[in-house]
Design a binder for this molecule. Structure first.
Ligand code: KG4
Ligand code: ZN
Length: 378
């Protein structure tokens, strides 16, 4: 089966052509156009500017992938598009294009939940680093799965007993983890997008000064020899699996207000970035391990833009190896941690595959609606 997919939920315009054979996936071609330059001057994504860029770039990417791969109504089987959640002006561009293609080619069209896409990014074959001895090839990912999805818009712990079966067991009550990275970067005057910049600064500090490599409270910790700042670990001890990151961002703001020299001193900036990154990682890992102890999944799976974070990838793997060594640890290639269209194709394929009635998908060119607040369900 060949799937053409489109992703325009935020600030990446992406298209992909994915071939499925026996539920294994091969990316035949893909193109991504980033909008960093458009949004950088504003320090964050401006929805209407995102839509304008999608409108400009999506037809060009589609033309490229269609002509290069000679895609036509005979050799494509399914069209998948991100339906939501996301920025509505941005989603409208992708969904409308997908509807036009589905109509012209008389093909089924599947609307995909963006977070489900991030989960299924793990089904793209990748030789990624920080695997544990218990990391399996994607076709051997076993259920139940506990997925930690961390991105600019989401921080969720999702339990999956089988394909396309989702139960949110924990989520952020305010900011998402990626949003917190972006806001911390703004406070520290580091630019946009904040996650990769804060992480690069943090890693520089970590290299210089051995900050606690082990965040998980039930494991012995190495306390750093010297620590100028201490940020909170919000909700670390709350009796549930929810998160809260807005207080952490405020703590960065107050720390900078009380120590304005941070902004002028690179070493101090690096240090507060390291403390911030570690605070986010501590909470994410502690909650994930606690949830795994309760729900007893066979696999813990990571996804979303923040899963590109090296320290999170490494430390979560170590925490699983040390505390729950029988559990598989799956993580996407860094390239597919971030928004892309290949993950949307795979999620769309599984939605199609496990639908009891496939007929309605031939009519979605008419009925599909973009939904900024799309709920996570089948
Ligand atoms: O999944 P994604 O590409 O878009 C959304 O669905 O939101 O995630 C983007 C988010 C941004 O907040 C970005 O700052 C964050 O992921 N991010 C990172 C890293 N790379 C991207 N956060 C921490 N460390 C990184 N290396
Ligand atoms: Zn995303």
């Amino acid at each position: 089966m060949e799937i053409l997919s489109i992703e325009t939920s935020c600030d990446e315009t992406a298209v992909a052509l994915v071939k499925e054979k026996n539920s294994q996936f091969f990316i035949k071609d893909e193109y991504i156009s980033s909008q960093i330059k458009t949004h950088a001057p504003f320090g964050g994504v401006v929805p209407n500017l995102a839509a304008r860029d999608h409108l400009k770039n999506l037809p060009l990417l589609l033309e490229k992938i269609i002509t290069k791969n000679k895609i036509n109504s005979k050799n494509v089987d399914l069209i998948a598009v991100t339906q939501g959640p996301g920025l509505i002006p941005a989603l409208l561009i992708g969904t409308n294009a997908a509807k036009a293609l589905a109509y012209a080619w008389k093909k089924p069209l599947v609307g995909v939940h963006h977070v489900v896409g991030h989960i299924y990014a793990n089904f793209i074959h990748a030789n990624t680093e920080y695997q544990t001895p218990n990391t399996k090839r994607e076709e051997n990912i076993v259920f139940p799965i506990l997925a930690l999805i961390v991105s600019g818009g989401h921080t969720e712990l999702i339990l999956m007993k089988k394909h396309m079966d989702f139960k949110i067991v924990g989520q952020t009550l305010d900011d998402a983890a990626g949003e917190a990275f972006d806001k911390a970067a703004k406070i520290l005057d580091l630019g946009y997008p904040g996650g990769p910049i804060v992480s690069a600064m943090a890693n520089k500090f970590q290299k210089l000064s051995k900050v606690r490599p082990f965040p998980f409270p039930t494991i012995r910790r190495e306390i750093p020899q010297r620590r100028t700042f201490r940020l909170p670990r919000p909700m670390l001890n709350s009796p549930n699996f929810n998160f809260s990151f807005s207080g952490l961002k405020t703590a960065v703001l107050y720390t900078v207000r009380n120590h304005p020299q941070i902004l002028k001193n690179k070493k101090l900036t690096q240090e507060i970035c390291a403390e911030f990154q570690q605070a986010v990682i501590d909470v994410l890992i502690h909650k994930t391990i606690s949830a795994a102890k309760k729900f007893k999944p066979k696999t813990i799976l990571l996804g979303g833009g923040v899963s590109a974070n090296k320290e999170l990838r490494k430390q979560l793997g170590k925490a699983i190896e040390n505390t729950l060594p029988h559990i598989q640890y799956q993580l996407p290639d860094v390239k597919y941690s971030l928004d892309n269209a290949a993950m949307i194709a795979i999620a769309g394929y599984f939605k199609w595959k496990f639908s009891k009635n496939r007929k309605p998908f031939y009519n979605t060119w008419r009925t599909l609606e973009a939904n900024a607040n799309l709920r996570l369900k089948f």
